[in-house]
Design a binder for this molecule. Structure first.
Ligand code: PGA
Length: 248
């Protein structure tokens, strides 16, 4: 199905969404062993990673020639900090597959020179020829990566100040609000749009309103995910609960 220019795949629930995306990734890795995969953190992709690990153990599909690029990292957290996105990825995926540290990239959140780190990360992605398949979640306010409403659609990797709602949403991973970093490095919307193919994942009733806005409102910089309407190969994979406010 297609509304606007984002393709839409509706699946029954979170489990089927995760399974479908994991199978697609495994299929792509079999076809293109050197796949350049863009990855996301947050609650949404956790099921995808669990299914991918199961597929890896069941079928032996190998990731040893892949490279991965994550969307973002908190500023001020060392890679081995338990709440860093590097730790999230290591614990939930990287350590479980035949991937070595040298194939997996995230921005370095504790770099001395953050501007330089942003340029380095952007150039690193380009030096590999860009991302073949980017996985994205969507924030309640439509953010993708840490690109909050109002971010320019041609933005490259940059430092962002996190909005209080995003910090509150991420508080669940920290002890107190003051422990939640105030800034992050994120791929820009321009960086994301240069990926050859994009899967945007949304599951659960709480995503229903932002999915409605994405599919039924005019694309606009107030809704960062709506930039995907300008991408030639973006697919929203959505469960019944998250599409429940779209009537047609
Ligand atoms: P979530 O976050 O996967 O934890 O819902 C998505 C996002 O904020 O990008």
């Amino acid at each position: 199905m297609q509304l606007g220019s984002v393709k839409v795949l509706i699946v029954p629930n979170y489990h089927s969404m995760s399974e479908w995306v994991a199978r697609e990734i495994a299929t792509r890795v079999r076809e293109i062993p050197h796949l350049r995969l863009g990855l996301a953190t947050g609650s949404t992709p956790e099921g995808v990673y669990q299914h991918l690990i199961q597929i890896y153990y069941r079928t032996g599909v190998s990731f040893r020639h892949c490279v991965t690029f994550n969307l973002d990292e908190y500023v001020g957290l060392a890679p081995d900090h338990p709440q860093s996105y590097r730790s999230y990825m290591t614990n939930r995926l990287f350590d479980k597959l035949d991937l070595t540290m040298s194939q997996t990239y995230l921005p370095l959140g504790n770099s001395y020179d953050l501007m330089d780190e942003c340029d380095r990360y952007e150039q690193l992605i380009q030096s590999y020829g860009g991302i073949d398949l980017q996985i994205l979640g969507i924030g309640l306010n439509g953010h993708i990566g840490f690109n909050e409403p109002g971010t320019s659609w041609d933005s490259d990797t940059h430092v962002v100040r996190l909005t209080s709602s995003t910090r509150m949403a991420n508080l669940r991973f920290f002890h107190t609000l003051s422990d939640v970093p105030t800034h992050a490095i994120t791929m820009g919307i321009g960086t994301i749009l240069r990926s050859k193919q994009i899967y945007l994942l949304a599951a659960g009733e709480k995503k229903a309103e932002v999915v409605r806005r994405l599919l039924l409102e005019e694309p606009c910089i107030k809704l960062p995910a709506s930039a995907l309407h300008h991408h030639p190969d973006a697919t929203l994979i959505v469960d019944q609960a998250a599409i429940s406010k779209v009537k047609w």
